[in-house]
Design a protein around this ligand. Sequence first.
Ligand SMILES: [Zn+2]
Length: 254
Amino acid sequence: MTGWVALEGELDRWHAQGQVATLWLRDDDACRDTPALRRLLMAAHAHAVPVAIAAIPATLEATLAGALSRFDEAMVVQHGYAHRNHASEGERSAELGDDRDVDVRLHELRDGCERLRSEFGDRFLPVLVPPWNRAGDALLPSLASAGFAGLSRFGPRPAIEAAPGLRQVNTHVDPIAWRRDRAFIGADAALERLVAHLGGRRERTCDAAEPSGLLTHHLAFDDAAWDFVDALLARTCRHPAAAWLDVARAFALP
Ligand SMILES: [Zn+2]
């Protein structure tokens, strides 16, 4: 059975139960306009699918706002501060890990939040996407009071909130094999992960209310990866039991 058949079958099961499988799209590492970013925006636009652009505040260039202004589908969220690795030698990469003081990290994040808000206005939503999907436990309780309403990492969420007042909505499908030359894993492998999350939600082995998130990295994608995204958006948009949420709805923001 190909991945596409498995996906159709899973969505049909949602349909038969009168349920709609919610999905959302997050793209990481934007800081400027590039042909790759345009490709992502065109794919989202072609299918009228909303996309959350996780932008890096410290390396932001004005061309990003210019590129996004022509695409109503794009909203902006915050991808850490500078996408710099502060983990100790031998540890997994992280910018927001507990190796650094909470106050130092919050100071950077507040500064980054201001930059994004002044650059993107209402298009920016205070959702934090930690680089490498990692944030230290000590930081989480302070994020809501620093102005963040949401947090997005990777994998099924263990709870609706990561800390009081901080809703979490993660991504669940990353079609890049980062340790194998950053290659596209192929449509079947990517769909297997998507179907696994959808099935887990339907069978209540994970939080049924968490939208299934597709994570894209426009700068790392090759033609095959883009073809996959395009086909996925096309097929899901045709299915009555699939719905792509914008980031505000995914996080239930006002
Ligand atoms: Zn990143």
